[in-house]
Design a binder for this molecule. Structure first.
Ligand code: FE2
Ligand code: FE2
Length: 282
């Protein structure tokens, strides 16, 4: 198998707010250069769930000319009842038939999960059977493939201030996805980047599974509330080989003077992949 493999994650496009063609144009350049096998779009594709916003978001994502794994966010459903309950994912499904897509290749198996719940305003949740489904998909996948889970709502707290709560029962969700064999869990929703390996926040016991699971929240690609502090504009690029997983964070640097804005890399973090640590002492 040829390593490394790359996955690009964009989240929270919020299409329908700002329109900035140079952001999209430079992202196409980044995709051409980084050559990801898969592009993940982890929800909040639109700001108001309008059909034209979905069409525009889909047009942009398809223009990247890569396989796509696209899932809904809490902004991708109607705001008001009864449509919120009777036609919850209709607008999303016009562009993307599945709310829980799966992508498989020799090097990647990626499960999209729908964590949006119409009776919750901001929060999200997963059912046990959704997590069990991930376990079955991973069990059937090629040995050694990068096992990725994408959902809109975040498991890990945001590094900066936010009122958004993490996904319901996050310890159960994380435990289930770790047991399913996930190497990487990616989400969005908070518009801030945060990355950690689960053993950075969970103590190990003799019974613990040793394989690394990296949990990542991507910044927002869109900027629906430009004045709000604590909402970053960026994206994540993941690069995996057999033993390690790199997470590269990019931020949008706006134009200065007569120059053009561009995507700039602002962080490069490395985590173990599989059961071996990055290093041992001695
Ligand atoms: Fe969002
Ligand atoms: Fe969201």
């Amino acid at each position: 198998m040829m390593w490394p493999v790359r996955v690009l994650q964009v989240s929270d496009l919020h299409t329908g707010t700002l329109e900035e063609p140079e952001v999209e144009e430079d992202l196409r350049r980044l995709v051409a250069e980084a050559d990801p096998e898969l592009v993940v779009a982890s929800g909040d594709l639109t700001h108001r769930n309008k059909p034209d916003q979905h069409a525009r978001a889909a047009g942009f994502l398809r223009s990247l000319e890569r396989p796509l794994l696209v899932i809904p966010g809490n902004h991708d459903i109607p705001v008001w009842p009864p449509a919120r309950f009777t036609a919850t994912f209709d607008a999303f499904r016009r562009e993307w038939p599945e709310t829980e897509p799966v992508y498989r290749s020799e090097r990647i198996v990626a499960c999209g999960l729908n964590s949006v719940r119409p009776w919750k305003h901001q929060g999200g949740a997963l059912r046990r059977d959704q997590i069990e489904g991930v376990g079955r998909t991973f069990a059937e996948s090629a040995a050694g493939a990068l096992r990725l889970v994408a959902l809109h709502h975040h498991l890990m707290g945001a590094p900066w201030r936010t009122r958004k709560l993490t996904i319901a029962n996050r310890s159960t969700v994380l435990g289930g996805l770790v047991d399913a064999g996930a190497d990487l869990i990616v989400s969005g929703h908070v518009h801030q980047s945060s990355v950690g390996e689960r053993r950075e926040f969970e103590v190990l016991t003799a019974a613990s599974r040793l394989h690394a699971t990296t949990v990542a929240i991507a910044p927002g690609l869109g900027q629906p509330r430009p004045k709000r502090r604590g909402e970053a504009r960026g994206l994540h690029l993941y690069e995996a080989d057999e033993r390690s997983l790199r997470v590269l964070t990019y931020a949008w640097a706006p134009a200065v003077g007569h120059g053009l804005g561009s995507w700039v890399q602002i962080a490069d973090r490395r985590f173990p992949r599989g059961e071996e640590p990055l290093a041992t002492v001695g």
